[in-house]
Every structure is written in C-alpha cells, then in structure tokens.
Design a protein around this ligand. Structure first.
Ligand code: SF4
Length: 483
C-alpha cells in the first residue's frame, strides 16, 4: 500500500470556513490581519478580501499560516473552539488574580514645585496633608482583601520621602498583615530622591524596597521642568542614583520621564542622558493634562501628532544605538511588543480590556478616598470625583464590586466599544476612560476624535511597519518583548 501524495490531504481550493478575524490597513501596500486569539500577520493589501471570498488556494504558504493562526478552519469551527478559548483565556489572565497594584498617596507635601505637577502640592511643613495612621491601617486591610497572590504597594505623593515616617508605618503594617496572608508583596517608592537619607536607604535595603524616580533629560530640561529651591539639580539626582544603586542594587532603581513641550525637540539628548546616568531603558510618556496640570497654558501644551513625531524620532535613535551594539529599550514599545509576541497579559493598566482601572490598580489617597486609578485622583484635584469609589473605611465588596466599579469596568471592555469592536488593533490595545470622560463627558468616548486612539494607533502602526519592512529593527524590537 502506498501513501497518498500530500496534495491529496489538502482541502479543495476555497473549501474552508472563516473564523472571526479583524484587519487594519497599514499603508497602500500592506494590511494587518488579527485572529480572535491574537495571532497576526502583515500581508499584501487585498488579502482580507481574498480570504473572505475564499480565493486563497490550499497549496499557498499563506493557507497554512491562516490555519495555524486560527483565521480559517477546514474541519469545522467547533473542533478549534477549545484551543481558541484556551488562548483567549491566557490573554485575559490578568482578571484571574484581580487588583495587584495598590498605590498609597502617602502625602501631598513636596519640596519641589514642578510646572506640570498634576496635584496641588503642599509645602513641607503642612503635615495635615499626610495620610493618617487609621487611614493607612484601613487601606492596608483593603489591599489584603484583594485575591491577588502578588501585591505591589507603591508609595506616591507628591513626595513620599517628605512623610517617610508614614511610609515606614505602612510598610510595617503591611508586613504584619502578610505574616498571616502570606502573599508575595513588593514595595515601591516613587520619589524625586532629593530628600533621601542614609537612614531611609537602610530601611529600603532591609525591606527590599524599589525606588522609582523622575528623570526628564539633560540638566537644562530636567531642571526647567522640576524647579526647587535645593537639591533639584541633575547633578544631585545623579549622585543619589549612584548611592542608591550601591546600597540597594542597580535592579532596584528605575526612572520615569514626562515629556514636556521643551522635550519634543531633543529626543536624542534625553536618551543620551538616560544612558549617561546608567539606565538601559526609558519610558517615553506624554504629559497627562489632568487635575492641576490642566492649568498649563499654551507654551506647555502639545498635540498627539507632536508627541508621535518625538516618539518616532526617539525610537529611531534607540534602534540605531542598538544596531551599534548598545542594549537599550523603550518601555512602551516593549509592552506593545509583548502584546504582539506573547499569549500572556502584560499587566499594563492602559492596554488591558476590561480596563485595568480597579481590575489591576487601585489608589488610596492621603485623605482616605479610594480611586479607580492614579489619574482618577489627579482628576479629583480639579474637583471632578467621577472615578472616586468611596473611602478606605468602606467595605471591600462595595468598593471593588459595587455599582460604580461595575459601571467603570463595564465601560472599559473594548470588545464592545463602538470603533474598537471591529478595529484590527483591538487585540493589542486598551482604553483610557479618564480621557474619554474629559474629551466627551461620558465614559465610552468617541474613537474618531479620541487622543488615546490617535496615540496608540500611531505607535502600533509605526512598530508594525518597522517590523514588516526592516528585519534588523524587527529583530531588536522582538528582543524587547521578553525584557
Ligand atoms: S482605541 Fe483606537 S486603536 Fe485602540 S482598539 Fe480602539 S479603535 Fe483601535
């Protein structure tokens, strides 16, 4: 008995069933197709039409890609459903553990007066703007009510080191809770580091605390953005970084940048400063014009298109440095690339569906109020309490599963949002309900005029075009997905 030739096992041309998939036009020649479990291909324009009209021949290489990526089936969709469901469940895995990031705004006091600060900072002597010990106790109890086995407790302020006694109190209170709860707990302090002392560093070392600071670029830019009477200069920050790395380890020190309007013309200098100060990555973030920052006038404001121009120039420079042998990554691109190349969730609030507000992050404010995200409490600084869930003295069920929480999370399911529901980039995108609310006065937003949509579509199209046209850039970008 002889084996049948391979072609005998292939279905007849056009004899395939369509599985649900979406497409997005990248440029005049190329389009992206994405299947329901998130597999994707960049293909010549017109391919979607060929697939949908069953004109893909069974001996084309594309046909095997379509079968393997869950775009089409030959043996009936039901046979594929279990596999597709498993892949889909993995992508939504962040919902299994629920809220993992808990931000405690320990004080509104700060020794800096940064131009784009999103909250109305208070002077260092005004201790009434510190979180009280009973409120800290109640916040910690709520944090340990979360079912998540991994908890990150992040201290923000304005400047947490201005109220370090409260940070210590909260850390020790959380560890006391954890003696029974036995979760994996990680602490992060977000600080400008100007008030950092040896005693604080000792405490951070003892309790394995990560420090995350702000670094906006070269001295002229950083010091213009972050004005202060003392210790606000870049040289002082550099010395604190050196000391912190020596005491805690380089992996315990991170930095975030905020893109001011003055930064838009100097992406290369900003990246160079990060490298000079010992970082191997940067997170290029646009200014969020919420809360106190809404008062910023024209000379501080810029458009999404301007930010995209800055982002593309910065990323092109970073890729050039990588080609020359320096290992350096951009964090937002890394998150998007993990969405592209990994079947697992990325844990980044803005790129999750349902929204990461409440499901991934919650904020306990200095005054005892609980908010759905960091930006939510910034909004409250301009007396807009749309995303206030209640107070630390409310019960966990009411705060995290109550009517308001359900309404917010329900509005952040992009599979059901007009514009997003049939968007080819949906599998790699998310939502920003605060922007929706500020731009349209309702939670659902309006995609054709949404700045969040413009920003994410711009970055994703840029990355996909690079991957499609430049193999060396594709290789470097793919390596970031695992970082
Ligand atoms: S926000 Fe825009 S890019 Fe993202 S899924 Fe919705 S329509 Fe697509």
């Amino acid at each position: 008995m002889s084996l049948k030739p391979w072609a005998a096992w292939l279905p007849k041309d056009g004899d395939y069933q369509l599985l649900p998939f979406k497409f997005h036009v990248l440029n005049d020649e190329r389009e992206l197709i994405v299947s329901e479990p998130g597999d994707w291909l960049v293909v010549p324009r017109g391919t979607t039409d060929r697939i949908a009209n069953r004109r893909v021949k069974s001996d084309e290489p594309l046909f095997q890609d379509l079968l393997g990526g869950f775009f089409v089936a030959t043996d009936g969709a039901p046979a594929q459903l279990d596999l597709m469901a498993a892949r889909y469940r993995s992508r939504k895995g962040h919902l299994d553990s629920f809220t993992a990031l808990h931000i405690i705004v320990i004080t509104l006091r700060c020794n800096f007066s940064c131009h784009y600060c999103q909250v109305s900072r208070q002077t260092e002597d005004r201790t009434q703007f510190d979180m009280s010990e009973p409120d800290i106790d109640a916040a910690v109890a709520l944090i340990f009510s979360s079912p998540s086995p991994d908890l990150t407790i992040e201290f923000q302020g304005v400047e947490p080191l201005a109220a370090f006694d409260r940070v210590k109190y909260a850390v020790l209170s959380a560890l006391q809770y954890n003696a029974k709860a036995r979760r994996s707990v990680r602490f992060v302090i977000c600080s400008n580091l100007s008030l950092l002392t040896d005693e604080m560093l000792d405490f951070c070392r003892e309790y394995d605390i990560v420090l995350s600071t702000s670094l906006d670029g070269p001295a002229t830019l950083h010091e213009m953005n972050r004005s202060s009477k003392s210790n606000g200069d870049l040289a002082h920050l550099a010395s604190m970084l050196t000391k912190s790395r020596r005491e805690l380890g380089a992996e315990k020190i991170g930095a975030l940048m905020t893109t001011s309007k003055a930064a838009l013309s100097q992406p290369e200098a900003i990246v160079d400063t990060y490298i000079e100060l010992g970082f191997d990555r940067i997170f290029l973030r646009p200014l969020q014009p919420y809360g106190f920052a809404e008062r910023l006038q024209g000379s501080w404001r810029y458009s999404v298109a301007q930010f995209l121009g800055f982002y593309k120039r910065a990323l092109s420079y970073i890729l050039q440095l990588n080609r020359e042998g320096r290992v350096f990554a951009e964090d937002y691109a890394s998150i998007v690339l993990r969405r592209l190349y990994s079947p697992f969730p990325v844990g980044y609030v803005d790129l999750q569906s349902p929204t990461g507000m409440i499901t991934a992050v919650a904020v306990y404010n200095y005054d005892g109020a609980v908010y759905a995200s960091d930006e939510s409490r910034m909004l409250a600084e301009s007396s807009d309490y749309r995303f206030r869930l209640g107070t630390v003295h409310d019960d966990y069920e009411t705060l995290f599963h109550g009517e308001k929480a359900r309404e917010i999370v329900g509005a952040g399911v992009i599979e059901g949002l007009a514009g997003c529901s049939d968007c080819g980039l949906q599998a790699f995108c998310g939502s920003d309900l605060i922007r929706n609310w500020r731009e349209t006065g309702e939670l659902y937003g309006h995609r054709p005029t949404s700045s969040f949509c413009e920003l994410n579509m711009g970055i994703q199209e840029f990355l996909l075009n690079l991957i499609d046209t430049d193999p060396e850039s594709a290789r470097i970008l793919k390596s970031w997905a695992g970082r």
